[in-house]
Design a protein around this ligand. Structure first.
Ligand SMILES: [Fe+2]
Length: 371
């Protein structure tokens, strides 16, 4: 039984130029990058490499359609290296190029064709939660399923994960917060996964501590303190990614997917909606040893009694983010049951990682609680 693995080599640079000097871009490289990051940090620095902007293919979260359009551009030449620079959606979308055979990506996501790693992949995150630079997961919004759907196979592990904290300097405050909450959720879901063990737990524990300390500073000193948290949060995100690559994420992610898929709510914000409702469900159904361990761990950083951990966490998150009701996104009451049923039907990869068994009725109650 495998306890742990870390595939990507992790590199850190203090600035974009330092990274470029090591990378030595060439004509065999395909660079997929966020346009704003390119204009600010990488303009004209990729020599003869092909540079393609994410915004030319997908405006928000990536879909199977936008991934297929990217693949058709990519397949025009036999590129040897893929360099993805951006948030989780940029890196997730570029991961489809590692395994692409030129055909419809949905066939690979459904594992209807052989998945083969075909190219080298270097991932440079510019947000502080996705952890995609160290994970074996790619998430696309699949039109025929009307939901997000994840491919989790070792063939899409990046070869190198590159940390350059200053690239996050211009990240809007709201993305900084929702991205970091997503990272915190990765750590928590990994920690509580039945597949966890002492190795990924170490990464979760460190990441949870770092995120909560950062949120406490933001709650106390204001969002202006963000510039002092960039590297800490980027490393916390990386560690959370290492943890969930070994265990998977769980019910919070599963329950968020129909909402973010249909109503185009960003991944981090959609997840932020469901963290506390899911933790409270776990507590109701089984306040077992592992949940107790998590509460003891978090309560130290939150500086509260262990029994009040989730209330203190909720209060802290409310201090850093204001979340609308689900109906404010446009979700309809009659969608509660079909959304819950679709989670049970399509997201077993994630639901099987839940701390307790979660059924459609549980999910319906969660949707209702924040509708
Ligand atoms: Fe996530």
């Amino acid at each position: 039984m495998r306890l742990f693995r870390l595939i990507p080599e992790i590199l850190k640079y203090s600035a974009a130029d330092e990274f470029i000097a090591d990378l030595k871009p060439c004509a065999d490289d395909f660079v997929f990058i966020s346009k704003s990051i390119y204009n600010t940090y990488f303009k004209d620095k990729f020599a003869d490499a092909t540079v393609v902007f994410k915004s030319d293919f997908a405006k928000g979260e990536p879909t199977d359609k936008s991934a297929n359009e990217l693949i058709s551009v990519f397949m025009k030449k036999d590129y040897k290296r893929i360099i993805a620079i951006g948030g989780g959606s940029v890196i997730d979308m570029a991961k489809t190029l590692i395994i692409s055979d030129g055909d419809d990506i949905v066939g690979l996501f459904k594992k209807e064709r052989n998945i083969v790693k075909r190219r080298e992949f270097i991932a440079v995150p510019t947000t502080c939660g996705a952890g995609s630079e160290v994970s074996n997961v790619s998430i696309l919004d699949i039109a025929e399923m009307q939901s997000k759907f994840g491919l989790a196979v070792d063939e899409i592990f990046p070869d190198k994960a590159v940390i350059i904290a200053p690239l996050m300097s211009d990240l809007p405050d709201s993305f900084f917060i929702t991205s970091a909450i997503d990272g915190l959720i990765h750590s928590i879901e990994s920690y509580l996964s039945p597949k966890s063990n002492v190795y990924p737990e170490l990464f979760s524990e460190k990441s949870i501590d770092c995120y909560i300390k950062g949120f406490k500073r933001i709650a106390k000193e204001g969002i202006g303190v963000k510039s002092e948290l960039l590297e800490d949060f980027l490393i916390a995100s990386n560690m959370a990614g290492i943890a969930f690559s070994n265990t998977g994420t769980g019910a919070v992610h599963a329950i968020s997917y129909p909402v973010s898929g249909k109503y185009h709510v960003t991944h981090g914000e959609a997840n932020a909606q469901f963290l506390l409702p899911v933790l409270k469900l776990y507590e109701q159904k089984d306040s077992g040893t592992k949940l107790g361990k998590l509460k003891a761990l978090m309560s130290q950083t939150l500086e509260c009694n262990a029994e009040n951990t989730f209330e203190a966490l909720q209060k802290l998150l409310e201090d850093v983010i204001t979340l609308p009701k689900l109906s404010d996104y446009g979700m309809k009451e009659e969608e509660i049951i079909p959304f819950a049923d679709s989670v049970v039907a399509n997201q077993q990869r994630l639901l099987s990682n839940s701390y307790v068994h979660v059924e459609s009725e549980d999910i319906q109650e969660i949707y209702k609680s924040i509708f």
